[in-house]
Design a protein around this ligand. Structure first.
Ligand SMILES: *Cc1c(COP(=O)(O)O)cnc(C)c1O
Length: 422
């Protein structure tokens, strides 16, 4: 009995106390638990899952071909590859990444790109190069990873009754302010921004981004910009990268991923851009370039993305790969259009879904987001994600994802219209 034995030792290793501050039930496990309980009680119900943000379409053939060809190379002594000595990505992938960024208005050098196995880990790991007493601002609602990883790092106080952590600065982002959060009242050190946004589906305008870059320049803050959904922007004039904003190179880090844009959630490839002029102060007040710190961190704790996966990611930029990936993006965005139009027709107020694969449904007055989640599951057999799971300001909203097969999306919309009109 482990418990009995451990009680007999006088001293014992101690856990990171910050983990004890984490909220017990992470959003998606709770959603999963409720769905499993419903499915067990109603075995004949055909449940349609528009909850978790994961892609459903398979990798397009040009990408699979690149993956296979690279796997074959690994089986021959002439073409076998071991460690990537540089650890931050091969040129055959970094070159098209940089060309792509430049085509979107970002002036980026090749050695400012760090290829990784995911933006979830990059947005989480980046805070390791900042002091623990930095003040962090997040939007509310927010992608939970930014909050939970800062809790783990000890950068927050305890969680209050409203689900908010002490010391974190929350920026309400709701229909009332047009999903354009106001600047913090005082100064903050680090600001996480995600555009197009998960979960609200809103996209930041050039003017909004300029406002944040100006704030960061004035206050010596750093913007951690998550552009995981940039490829879903369909309307012209919205920046795809924060580096399209003059002055952003001195104040921002950008995270990008092939996960949602190219169906790589199970293949794993992403990249982070850190401009060389971006600095923060050390304990003596001297300015230190963050590029060097991240390079040190990345090459110390990471040995690079697998060679076949980097080849697959490079194929995303080939003419055939790019065309196939865009066809998939169009498919998801047509799903989003169907959800938006269907639910608006059923009397709901809907946000998002134009430049992002998420629809942010405003619930009828007085209806809680978990309450609506349960009703949607019980009556329409459709799974959404309760807005409250993304923060206090997500209460009264539900997120629906456009990542689904067309027939399921159409059926889900029909069921909501007939069983749960707004
Ligand atoms: C899905 C997602 C990512 C991408 O994560 P990966 O680890 O690259 O799969 C990053 N940020 C947000 C907000 C996301 O929703």
């Amino acid at each position: 009995m482990a418990g009995k034995e451990s009680a007999m030792v006088a001293a014992m290793a101690t856990i990171n106390p910050s983990y004890a501050k984490l909220q017990a039930g992470y959003l998606f496990p709770e959603v999963g638990k409720r769905v499993r309980a419903f499915a067990a009680a109603h075995p004949s119900a055909r449940i349609i899952r528009l909850g978790i943000g994961d892609v459903v379409l398979p990798l397009p053939p040009p990408i699979v071909e690149a993956l296979k060809a690279a796997a074959e190379e690994m089986g021959h002594r002439e073409t076998f590859r071991g460690y990537d000595d540089r650890g931050r990505g091969y040129d055959f992938l970094i070159e098209p990444i940089v060309a792509h960024l430049r085509s979107q208005g970002a002036e980026v050098a090749e050695d400012e790109v760090f290829v990784s196995d995911g933006s979830k880990c990059d947005t989480a790991n980046i805070q390791e190069i900042f002091a623990v007493d930095n003040v962090v601002a997040v939007t509310d609602p927010v992608y939970p990873v930014y909050v939970d990883t800062n809790v783990m790092a000890g950068r927050t106080g305890a969680m209050a009754a409203d689900g908010r952590y002490g010391k974190l600065v929350y920026l309400p982002t709701t229909a009332e302010n047009g999903f354009d959060p106001a600047l913090p009242g005082g100064r903050v050190d680090l600001i996480y921004l995600c555009s197009p946004n998960n979960p609200t589906g809103a996209v930041m305008s050039r003017v909004a981004l300029e406002k944040w870059v100006a704030y960061a320049r004035e206050h010596g803050s750093i913007i951690l910009f998550d552009a995981a959904y940039e490829a879903f922007i369909s309307e012209p004039d919205y920046p795809h990268t924060i580096f399209a904003i003059p002055g952003a190179r001195q104040v921002a880090i950008e995270f990008r991923s092939f996960s949602k844009t190219a169906g790589f959630t199970g293949t794993r490839c992403a990249y982070t851009v850190i401009p060389k002029e971006l600095c923060a102060r050390d304990a003596s007040g001297a300015e230190v370039a963050l590029h060097g710190l991240w390079h040190r961190r990345h090459t110390t704790k990471f040995n690079g993305v697998s060679y076949p996966v980097q080849r697959a990611a490079a194929a995303v930029f080939s003419p055939a790969g790019s065309q196939a990936v865009h066809a998939n993006l169009d498919y998801y965005m047509e799903n989003a259009r169907i959800i938006r139009a269907g639910l608006a027709g059923a009397g709901y107020r809907v946000y998002g879904g134009v430049n992002a694969p998420y629809i942010w449904l405003k619930l009828p007055a007085g209806v809680g987001s978990w309450q609506f989640f349960d009703r949607l599951l019980a009556e329409a057999h459709v799974v959404g994600t309760p807005g409250a799971g993304f923060g206090a300001c997500g209460e009264g909203y539900l997120r629906l994802s456009a990542f689904g097969f067309r027939e399921n999306i159409e059926e889900a919309v029909e069921r909501i219209k007939t069983k749960l009109p707004g």
